[in-house]
Structure formats: structure tokens, C-alpha cells
Design a protein around this ligand. Structure first.
Ligand SMILES: Nc1ncnc2c1ncn2[C@@H]1O[C@H](COP(=O)(O)OP(=O)(O)O)[C@@H](O)[C@H]1O
Ligand SMILES: [Mg+2]
Length: 275
């Protein structure tokens, strides 16, 4: 197969079963460098399963996954992939660790421990903390942070690791609105300015639509994959899935522009619709 320099992820015909139940079937997915992709779908639709398969934690029954032209978990790609889970915001409060220490942990897998590396490391850690806007909290115990701040600390850890491809599983859960907007803006900047590639799961359709360029709707298989502005309204999606639409739909389908509005009031306009 030809090597494509900008291709980060190439999934073909992926099927995954868990406990004998088919969770993903015939999934094809290509991701290019610099993309910021929102992955949505109903509860149990297989979003986390897809991420875990990409990470190599789950083995596919069928199909292939290549990241940077390597198999998941290959030596050559360790450290290039970051993972942020929803658990971050609800991390046990009895872990005693400061923001700086947590972020420093992220650098553990990114190289060896030469002196020059350690110096550079300190800089990397400070930079990552700055990027998520936690300078003032750098030496605060994470147990004392709000959910949103804690989630940003975990993202800083992923940044400090120099991961190029970052997978986020429900990073917006338990986060106040202000932090959520900050976070989305940060992720968007990372793609635009730092050439990172992001695949983010969220059930908060309104929030995810504000920033991502591309949306994927997953329910066992991929039912939509395309530019965010083409993402079907909830009525169309509900029809696809054979269920009654949720309220707030009309508003949204009448004003398609609001879907891609980056103004952070737009999530209120369509009621913070959830899938
Ligand atoms: N550890 C597990 N063992 C067996 N089945 C699981 C496990 N985790 C999730 N599943 C099943 O896989 C399906 C997809 O789950 P998941 O990928 O977590 O969906 P999502 O993240 O979209 O909510 C669900 O039917 C769920 O019950
Ligand atoms: Mg999930």
C-alpha cells in the first residue's frame, strides 16, 4: 500500500464484538493530519469501543486499523497518540497530586531521561499548563480544582506528552459552560496552529458542532461522515434511527447556520441538544 504522508488513521471494514455482541460493524474511517473531528451517536452506539480499538486495547474481529501506517500499539507510534477520557473530570478526589505533577507524568513516555531532556521537559510542562490556562493553579492539588479545571489539567498532560493525535472520550462531561468553551477553543487552536489531529467523542451535539470541522455519527456503523455544516438535523437522524425526534429540533432545522456558529451562545440557541 502507498504511504500517504498526511494520513493519520486508516480503518477498513472494522467489526468489533464485545461479550459476543456486535458493537461495531463494517466501519471505514480515514483521518488526515490537522483534522478536528466530532464523533457522536447514541449511548451504547460504539464510540468508546471505536476509540479503544484505535488505541489497540480492543482487538477487531474483522478489518484493519492503521495509525501512521502502523498497527495500533506499535512501538513506533507510542507517545504519538494521546487519550483523554471522561473519567478525568470525575477523578477520585483522594489522589493527592498537583497540576504540575500530573502534567509532568505526561512526559514520562515521550523520551528518555537525559539532563537536556529534563530541562526541556520543564519548559514543555510549563507550556502545556499555560496552554490550558492553569498557570495560577499549577501548584494546586487537583482535588481542589473544579471539574472543568481538572479536565483541562488532564488535557495539559496529553499536550506535554507531545502526542500528535489526541483522542478524547466525552471530555466535556461535568464541565461548566465557560470551561467548555475554553476547552473547545483550545482544541481548535491545537489543530490549526500546532498541526494536532483530534477525534473527540461527545454527546453534547451543540457544543461539538461549534468547533469541529467534520462530524461522524456512529451507531454500530457510520451513518454520517462529512463536513459539520452538512450534518443532518435531528429529525433526519431520528428517522434514520427509527425513533421519535427529541424536542428543540424544529428550531435547529430552520436555522442551519446556528449549527456551525462559533459564537458560544449558539449552544443555548438550540438548547444544548443531547443525542
Ligand atoms: N466491557 C464491555 N464488555 C462488554 N460489552 C461492552 C463493554 N463495554 C461496552 N460494551 C457494550 O458495547 C456497546 C457499545 O458501548 P460503547 O462503545 O461504550 O458505546 P458509547 O461509547 O457509544 O456509549 C454497548 O452495547 C455496551 O453495552
Ligand atoms: Mg462511551
Amino acid at each position: 500500500m502507498m504511504t500517504k504522508p498526511n494520513q493519520i488513521l486508516d480503518i477498513e471494514g472494522l467489526s468489533v464484538s464485545r461479550s459476543g455482541k456486535v458493537v461495531l460493524s463494517e466501519v471505514d474511517l480515514n483521518v488526515q493530519k490537522g483534522e478536528f473531528i466530532g464523533l457522536v451517536g447514541p449511548n451504547g452506539g460504539g464510540k468508546s469501543t471505536l476509540l479503544l480499538s484505535i488505541l489497540g486495547v480492543l482487538r477487531p474481529q474483522q478489518g484493519s486499523i492503521e495509525i501512521y501506517n502502523e498497527k495500533p500499539m506499535s512501538r513506533n507510534i507510542l507517545g504519538r497518540i494521546g487519550w483523554v477520557s471522561q473519567a478525568a473530570a470525575v477523578m477520585p478526589k483522594n489522589i493527592r497530586i498537583t497540576v504540575r505533577e500530573l502534567v509532568r507524568l505526561g512526559t514520562l513516555n515521550s523520551g528518555n531521561m537525559f539532563w537536556s531532556f529534563l530541562v526541556k521537559n520543564k519548559e514543555t510542562v510549563n507550556q502545556a499548563i499555560k496552554m490550558v490556562g492553569l498557570e495560577d493553579e499549577a501548584d494546586t492539588d487537583i482535588a481542589r480544582l473544579s471539574g472543568g479545571q481538572r479536565q483541562r489539567a488532564v488535557i495539559a498532560r496529553a499536550l506535554a506528552s507531545n502526542a500528535e493525535f489526541i483522542l478524547l472520550d466525552e471530555p466535556l462531561v461535568g464541565i461548566d459552560r465557560e470551561s467548555r468553551s475554553l476547552l473547545l477553543k483550545l482544541l481548535d487552536d491545537l489543530c490549526h496552529e500546532k498541526g494536532k489531529t483530534i477525534l473527540m467523542v461527545s454527546h453534547d451535539l451543540a457544543a461539538i458542532r461549534q468547533t469541529t470541522h467534520r462530524m461522524i455519527y456512529l451507531e454500530e456503523s457510520i451513518r454520517f461522515d462529512g463536513p459539520t455544516e452538512d450534518f443532518p438535523d435531528l429529525t433526519t437522524l431520528a428517522n434514520l434511527r427509527g425513533i421519535s425526534p427529541v424536542h428543540g429540533v424544529e428550531e435547529e432545522s430552520r436555522t442551519p447556520k446556528s449549527i456551525i456558529n462559533t459564537d458560544d451562545e449558539s449552544d443555548q440557541a438550540n438548547g444544548g441538544s443531547k443525542l
